[in-house]
Design a protein around this ligand. Structure first.
Ligand code: ZN
Length: 405
């Protein structure tokens, strides 16, 4: 048992377990018999420590301990060589076996390196799912998609369709590498990218910032009031960039994984992107569904850029810049959205270029023929560097869903 492992236990569980391990090592060096060590360990872990579940009293009995506590405990004891033949039939050991069995099942079902197992362990310890089976179901049914069917603006797209789209567009292998764990749709609006000056303007206008410090307007009216102040226009009709119509993606604090969160898209229209106009036989409703999918593809591309920097150690945006430099002289922005990023958000050159890349992928899944014709360098780049992306996959799905109206 080395220091790194003690640290690992301490991190995944809590400091009490790390203290236990340290204590057992100390006692072992004093040549205490295993039974005594076991007793000391049990006492320490379940009578002294904080309860993992804070609704439980601080002193918890082993029968009350959560599944993750027990598994951690067993792992520690196994590492320390304290689990004997005799204790194999105890509930604790059975639990450990089911944990191992779950990991084995994952290895058999998903042949993609150690990521699914890492995901399983993290979900399990994170407590956001219900026990071993809950974590297993979540990892096998990857990625989790929530909230589309229940949202006010994308209710006609079932969560299952979103999942099918994203797996079919980027492949499961790539998505797992990007560490995209969850895709969530919200009905709330989102105001994004407020700089210091923006915060000042909101304060001066007497607009109270609520919802944990970040404005997440609950209604279109609330959203518009904020956006009008930020853009400095007279009324909502003059807004250039509809801030709330963007998806937001981030990394969770506790673990290095990504989630895509999409907020209310009702104010944002596909019509600001030329490539929607040419979709033959598409109703407005069909275009709106395609738009949700296109925005999702855009967000996933942000995650790919991040992945190229962190994992591939080669920033794909540098290649993109080289390849599209000439094309950008005449056509600096693949969509108006990219230009707005520069004008309204005051994004940096690099930030604007990143948006251009994401928007090119957006066009690629909606109308690849348009992209190839109007922006051949961008089109060629995606084909060459992101060969796994399925061109036109969004419109294919919309056709399958048979959206009418
Ligand atoms: Zn973006």
């Amino acid at each position: 048992m080395d220091a790194a492992r003690i640290k690992y236990y301490g991190k995944s569980y809590n400091r009490a377990l790390a203290r236990l391990v340290a204590e057992v090592i100390r006692q072992r060096s004093e040549a205490a018999p295993p039974a005594k060590l076991m007793e000391a360990a049990l006492g320490k872990i379940f009578d002294v420590q904080y309860s993992y579940d804070f609704s439980l009293p601080r002193k918890v009995k082993i029968s009350q301990a959560g599944e993750s506590q027990k598994v951690d405990f067993i792992r520690a004891l196994t590492e320390l060589g304290l689990i004997s033949e005799k204790s194999k039939d105890t509930a604790l050991v059975r639990l450990n076996r089911s944990f191992e069995a779950a990991k084995n099942e994952l290895r058999e079902k998903i042949d993609q390196g150690d990521l699914p197992e890492k995901e399983f362990i993290d979900l399990f310890y994170g407590g956001s799912v219900n026990g071993i089976q809950g974590a297993l179901d979540r990892v096998i049914g990857y990625p989790a998609v929530e909230g589309f069917g229940a949202s006010s603006d994308a209710a006609n797209i079932p969560d299952t369709a979103i999942r099918k789209f994203i797996l079919g567009t980027f492949t499961e292998e790539i998505l797992r590498k990007l560490l995209i764990r969850k895709i969530v749709k919200h009905s709330d609006y989102l105001v994004f990218k407020i700089n210091d000056e923006g915060w000042k303007k909101l304060k001066q206008a007497g607009i109270e910032i609520r919802y944990g410090g970040w404005p997440v307007p609950r209604s279109r009216k609330e959203y518009e009031a904020i956006a009008v102040v930020l853009e400095g226009v007279d009324d909502a009709g003059q807004l250039r960039h509809v801030h709330n119509g963007i998806a937001y993606s981030g990394t969770c604090r506790s673990y290095d994984y990504n989630e895509v969160h999409m907020y209310n898209l009702s104010l944002k229209r596909p019509s600001s992107r030329e490539f929607y106009k040419e979709l033959a036989g598409f109703s407005e409703a069909g275009k709106r569904v395609a738009f949700v999918l296109g925005v999702l593809a855009h967000e996933v591309t942000h995650m790919y850029i991040k992945y190229s920097r962190l994992s591939l150690k080669h920033d794909i945006l540098i290649d993109y810049d080289k390849k599209v430099k000439l094309e950008r002289i005449d056509t600096p922005y693949v969509t108006r959205y990219v230009g707005w990023h520069e004008d309204v958000y005051k994004s940096s050159d690099e930030g604007t270029l990143e948006e251009d890349f994401c928007e090119a992928v957006h066009a690629y899944v909606i109308n690849p023929a348009y992209l190839e014709r109007e922006f051949p360098a961008r089109y060629a780049f995606i084909k060459e560097h992101l060969p796994f992306i399925k061109a036109g996959s969004a419109v294919e799905l919309v056709n399958e869903l048979k959206i009418t109206g």
